[in-house]
Design a protein around this ligand. Structure first.
Ligand code: G3H
Ligand code: 13P
Ligand code: ZN
Length: 356
C-alpha cells in the first residue's frame, strides 16, 4: 500500500480520514454521496430522548416510502441494508440509490440527514467492502462468537472503519429469530457486566443489546405469550432492568434495539384474509418501544413490519383486481401503505419527527 502525501492543511493532517491511499482510488466515500455517519445523530437522540429509525430496504418502492415518510415528518433516518439485501439489490445500484435518496429528499423540499448502514455484517471483509462502496456506518455482529473473539473482530472493523470516519455498531447478547446472516432459536440476554469492557476494548460507536426483542414476524411461540381479552397474543415484557443496568455502566452511550417490529394485528389480518398464512405472528408492543426510545436507546431496527405492510397491500390489491398485471398498480399501493407505517413509527413510537 503506497501512502500519498498527507493533505498539508494542518487540520486534515491530524484527520486519519484524509490519509488517502492509492487503493482508495477505487473507493467511494459516503461524504461524496452526501450521507452522514451516525455519531452526531446519536448524540442528539440520546440527549433528546428519542430514537432514530433504522428501516431496512432493498428496492425502489421501499426507498421512496422511507424518504417520503422521513421528509414529511422531518426525521433523520438510517437506511439499513443486510448482506442478503446487498446481494439482492447489487452494491453498485445501492450506492446510486443512496445518493439518489439524498437528492430526492432535497427535491421533496427538506434535506434530511441520511445514514447508509450495513445491518448484521458478519465478517471484516464485508464491512470493509461496504466502507469502500459508500456506507457511512457498519454493524459487525460478533454476538454469536465467544466474547474474546467478538472483541477481536469488532476492534478490527473499528480500526479500519474509523480511518474513513465510518461509525461502527457492535453487539453483545443474542436475539432469538432468523435472518440470513445469523440465526438463533433462543435469546441470550446481554450481560451488563460485559458492556463497559467491550466498549472500551473495541472502540465501537454504538452497542446493540438483547433485552427480549427478537427478529422476524414470529418472535415468540404462543406458549411464551399470554392473551389479551380480545385474544391477541402478548409477548413477555422487555427486560428494562437489563437496559437500566447497561445505562448505569456506560452512561450516555448509544444503545441499539434490533428485532423491534410490532407485527400489527390489523395488517396480519389483511394478509390472512387475502390468501396469506401468517400463523401466530407476534411482535413487540409499541408502548414498550416508546419507553425504550426515551432512554439511551437511540436506534431502533424495523424490517418485518415493512414487509408485512407491503405484503398486505399487494395481496389485497391483487385479490380485489385479479386481472391486474401492471406492477405499478400493486407496488404503488404497497409503497403508500409502507409510507404510512413509517410515519406512524416515527411520530408515535420513536419520536424522531422534527429532529432532522
Ligand atoms: O435483522 C435482519 C433484517 O431483518 C434483515 O433480514 O437478512 O432477510 O435481509 P434479511
Ligand atoms: P424485525 O425483524 O423485528 O423487523 O427486526 C429487524 C432488525 O433487527 C434488522 O436488523
Ligand atoms: Zn437485527
Amino acid at each position: 500500500m503506497v501512502l500519498r502525501e498527507p493533505n498539508i492543511n494542518k487540520w486534515c493532517y491530524n484527520n486519519a480520514a484524509e490519509y488517502r491511499t492509492i487503493e482508495d482510488d477505487t473507493m467511494t466515500t459516503y461524504k461524496e454521496l452526501g450521507l452522514v455517519n451516525s455519531r452526531g445523530l446519536f448524540q442528539k437522540a440520546v440527549k433528546g430522548g428519542y430514537a432514530i429509525p433504522a428501516f431496512n430496504f432493498n428496492n425502489l418502492e421501499q426507498l421512496q416510502a422511507i424518504i417520503g415518510a422521513c421528509v414529511e415528518t422531518k426525521s433523520p433516518v438510517i437506511l439499513q441494508v443486510s448482506s442478503g439485501a446487498r446481494k439482492y439489490a447489487n452494491s453498485t445500484l445501492l450506492k446510486h440509490l443512496a445518493k439518489g435518496a439524498v437528492d430526492y429528499a432535497k427535491e421533496l423540499g427538506f434535506p434530511i440527514p441520511i445514514v447508509l448502514h450495513l445491518d448484521h455484517g458478519d465478517t471484516f471483509e464485508l464491512c470493509k467492502s461496504c466502507v469502500e462502496s459508500g456506507f457511512s456506518s457498519v454493524m459487525i455482529d460478533g454476538s454469536h462468537h465467544p466474547y474474546d473473539k467478538n472483541v477481536e473482530l469488532t476492534k478490527q472493523v473499528v480500526e479500519y472503519a474509523h480511518k474513513y470516519d465510518v461509525t461502527v455498531e457492535g453487539e453483545l447478547g443474542v436475539l432469538a429469530g432468523i435472518e440470513d446472516a445469523v440465526s438463533s432459536a433462543v435469546t441470550h440476554y446481554t450481560k451488563p457486566e460485559e458492556v463497559e469492557d467491550f466498549v472500551k476494548k473495541t472502540g465501537v460507536d454504538s452497542l446493540a443489546i438483547s433485552i427480549g426483542t427478537s427478529h422476524g414476524a414470529n418472535k415468540f411461540k404462543p406458549e411464551q405469550c399470554t392473551r389479551s381479552a380480545d385474544g391477541v397474543l402478548l409477548p413477555p415484557p422487555l427486560r428494562f432492568d437489563i437496559l437500566e443496568e447497561v445505562e448505569k455502566r456506560i452512561p450516555g452511550f448509544p444503545i441499539v434495539l434490533h428485532g423491534a417490529s410490532s407485527v400489527p394485528v390489523e395488517l396480519v389480518k389483511i394478509i390472512n384474509a387475502n390468501g396469506g398464512k401468517m400463523k401466530d405472528a407476534v411482535g413487540i408492543p409499541e408502548d414498550q418501544l416508546r419507553k425504550a426510545a426515551k432512554s439511551a436507546v437511540c436506534k431502533v431496527n424495523i424490517d418485518s413490519d415493512g414487509r408485512i405492510a407491503m405484503t398486505a397491500a399487494v395481496r389485497k390489491t391483487l385479490m380485489e383486481n385479479p386481472a391486474e398485471f401492471d406492477p405499478r398498480k400493486y407496488l404503488g399501493p404497497a409503497r403508500d401503505q409502507l409510507k404510512e407505517l413509517y410515519k406512524h413509527k416515527i411520530v408515535n413510537v420513536l419520536g424522531s419527527n422534527d429532529k432532522a
